[in-house]
Design a protein around this ligand. Structure first.
Ligand code: 13P
Length: 257
């Protein structure tokens, strides 16, 4: 983290877990365990079915509401899809775009990711854009090249005045749900590469202000070490965000004086 330039973000990605009826109790428990907000914004990216109830439960709380996906289209005959405006209307602030699970299981490409980012910005949402390499790609030495391509493709056509809304999350696929967290050095190296790329595209001031998160088996034990790195501005957390004690411990690590 670099507190001079950026506020940290600790974002939970609940994926397809929990039920809407469980949201209120979770938030109350979390609030009891962690109510510090000075250095970090807490976000929960919940399934679509949870958003309305979550929006009420988060109201006046310390948690911002996020979604996990959205349509690239503004509206129309797209059965089963949810638009950026719909998310905005129920109080969503952040939306995860291009998670590796969306790319892997639902055919999302760098092109669709770019379209979704532009659509999210149009509706005034903050995209949390996920990039990351597979184990094979890392072993072949392709990580930097691949991340550079993913970031450039994601940001294509994004004007400088909208860049401030964007958060990038580096999530190595081999670290997601596996317990194999990237070392703090590995994670920071890629996060700083991303910042250097953004600097090249948009200049130092905007690059300095961009929150860049790490995701992949981040938990209450390794959070402090990861967050101590200068270019890691927070985390996108799966499994550990489902357990109030663990999620609170990560939030508290980000808020430590
Ligand atoms: P885990 O924290 O469960 O590894 O998941 C990370 C992730 O995919 C967050 O988006």
């Amino acid at each position: 983290m670099n507190r001079k330039y950026r506020k940290a973000i600790i974002a939970g990605n609940w994926k397809m877990n929990t039920k809407p009826s469980e949201v209120k109790a979770f938030i109350e428990e979390l609030r009891g365990l962690s109510n510090r907000t000075k250095w970090c914004e807490t976000v929960i990216c919940a399934p679509f079915t949870h958003l309305t109830v979550a929006s009420r439960a988060f109201w006046n709380g310390h948690v911002s509401l996020g979604a996990q996906n959205m349509s690239e289209h503004p509206k129309g005959a797209y059965t089963g899809e949810v638009s950026a405006e719909m998310l905005r209307d129920v109080g969503v602030k952040y939306v995860i775009i291009g998670h590796s699970e969306r790319r892997q299981y639902f055919g999302e490409t760098d092109l669709t990711v770019n379209k979704k980012i532009l659509a999210a910005l149009e509706a005034d949402l903050h995209p949390i854009v996920c990039v990351g390499e597979s184990l094979e790609q890392r072993e072949l030495g392709l990580t930097n090249e691949l991340i550079s391509y993913q970031v450039r493709a994601a940001l294509a056509g994004v004007p400088a005045d909208k860049l401030r809304k964007i958060v990038i999350a580096y999530e190595p696929i081999w670290a997601i749900g596996t317990g194999n967290t990237a070392t703090a050095e590995q994670a920071d190296e890629v996060c700083s590469l991303i910042r250097a790329l953004v600097r090249g595209l948009y200049g130092a001031r905007l690059a300095r202000a961009m929150p860049i998160l790490y995701g992949g088996s981040m938990n209450e034990k390794n959070a402090e070490e990861l967050l101590a790195k200068p270019d890691i501005d927070g985390g996108l957390i799966g499994g550990a965000s489902l357990v109030p004690e663990k999620f609170a411990a990560i939030i508290n690590a980000a808020n430590q004086e």
